[in-house]
Design a protein around this ligand. Structure first.
Ligand code: EPU
Length: 423
């Protein structure tokens, strides 16, 4: 049992410049996609968060040889000796993103033997879109208790029409389709920046993938993919979290690497609250100067380019101290409001239970003992703790660590009174 907690004391306005790491949700899937190659790959701008270590263990369990250079934020992944297509339940259950190796395993070996990833705190999180797509391509399944074996002697190129633009299903279909004859189309595909980074990485390997407006992806099959070097795109979600930390404390922050064009709806909402946002002219870099009198706003989480579900919880923390009533509708996940209860322990006022969440701004939050239930809930509570009067102690730290690399030192470098406590 982990005894780690994060201790946060009331902090003044955060001030300073921070460099971003690579996006967790891009690096995980790109690591999985390397199964499609045979040879030495190099990834740079890697965030060394717990989920990345988990994906390292998963790939190693399949036979990959991996070297880490944390200082240079680099991973060397040699996929030559990947010989197994079987993933143990112990590895599979630790991270839902493990499902992302299914497409590449089917493409390389014609089989994938996995444990069902199961539900998680964000809701049931089914994988029916993934499984339906593979079966349309010719895969058959054998399920015993918790394990699932997929077999496909030869995958077929077909058109997939997704009823919802699922990020993981889009990625898995692409990875299953690159190494076969024929043309695959994914209609109503997810076009998140992390999906586009995967497309870039696959195209470097030799794949032929194009995005057609408004949201279709076309894959022309090729017969061989070669190892790559790839620089992971900067993390828009780390950027959003840091901007909100500066905003809630009335501070000023400069993020020279922030990918402006992937954050536009979120940045517009910060402006609507009254914060001053200045963006780099070349689409890179965001500077925020916080207003002293933030206003309530309303938003719905949506697939990209809408307001990202992954910034809903941290934005809610900031809205707890805004003037007026904010209405937040979480539409992507069925159960992504568990942080509300924890924010209430700190004095947040929720006017209406259930969906949408209605938050009435208060003058002050108070320090409390709170529990992070998922990555972004952890970020929300940390941000709230920076302005709360008195001490906050947050457990469930492993959730935060799954998705952020160095968030605590970064907040401390900006003047946050925050530290990791391991007793
Ligand atoms: N869904 C289904 N069936 C499926 C797949 C998805 O019903 O087969 C539903 C989900 O239950 C959910 C919705 O579709 O309600 C969207 O899920 P999606 O598949 O788009 O999400 P994901 O691929 O499981 C990724 C990120 C999440 C991020 C979402 C949405 C990774 C590793 N994870 O998850 O990241 O919230 O896309 O953008 O890329 C996080 O970083 O904190 C995180 C949870």
């Amino acid at each position: 049992m982990s005894t780690e907690s994060i201790a946060i004391k009331t902090s003044g306005p955060l001030q300073g410049t921070v460099h971003l790491v690579g996006a967790k949700n891009a690096v995980l899937v790109i690591m999985a996609s390397l199964i499609l190659t045979k040879g030495k790959n190099k990834l740079t701008n890697v965030p060394f968060s717990e989920d990345v270590f988990h994906m390292i263990r998963l790939l190693e369990s399949l036979g990959a040889v991996i070297e880490q250079d944390k200082e240079q934020r680099t991973l060397f992944i040699d996929t030559t000796k990947i010989l197994s297509a079987q993933i143990g339940a112990d590895i599979m259950k630790k991270m839902r993103a493990s499902i992302l190796v299914m497409g590449p395993l089917l493409a390389r070996f014609g089989t994938a033997d996995i444990a069902m990833p199961g539900g998680c705190v964000l809701g049931t999180r089914p994988i029916n879109f993934h499984l339906n797509a593979f079966s349309k391509m010719g895969a058959t399944y054998n399920q015993h208790d918790d394990s699932l074996t997929a077999e496909a002697k030869e995958l077929r190129a077909v058109d997939h029409v997704l009823e919802y633009p699922s990020v993981g299903a889009t990625e898995n279909i692409m990875m299953a389709s690159v190494l076969m004859q024929g043309k695959t189309r994914i209609v109503n595909a997810a076009i998140e920046p992390e999906v586009l980074d995967l497309i870039q990485a696959l195209n470097k390997m030799g794949a032929q993938i194009t995005v057609e407006p408004p949201a279709s992806i076309v894959i022309k099959g090729v017969s061989l993919l070669k190892p790559i070097e790839h620089h992971i795109l900067h993390d828009r979600l780390e950027a959003g979290t840091l901007l909100l930390a500066a905003a809630i404390t009335g501070g000023e922050i400069n993020l020279p690497d922030a990918p402006v064009h992937s954050m536009e709806v979120f940045l517009a909402k910060l402006e609507e609250m009254g914060h001053e946002i200045t963006c780099g002219e070349d689409g890179q870099g965001v500077h925020l100067k916080a207003t002293k009198n933030p206003q309530a706003i309303s938003f719905k989480t949506m697939p990209y380019p809408g307001f990202p579900t992954d910034l809903q919880a941290p934005m809610m923390a900031a809205l707890c101290l805004a003037s007026g009533k904010s209405v937040i509708h979480e539409t992507v996940f069925e159960n992504r409001l568990l942080h509300v209860r924890e924010l209430q322990k700190m004095g947040a006022q929720r006017a209406i239970d259930g969906q949408p969440a209605t938050i009435v701004g208060v003058d002050e939050l108070y320090g409390a003992s709170v529990i992070a239930t998922d990555i972004r809930a952890g970020a929300a509570l940390v941000i709230a703790g920076l302005v709360a009067q008195g001490d906050t102690s947050m457990t469930g730290v492993h959730h935060l660590k799954r998705g952020y690399d160095d968030l605590i030192p970064k907040l401390a470098s900006l003047g946050g009174n925050i530290k990791l406590v391991d007793e």
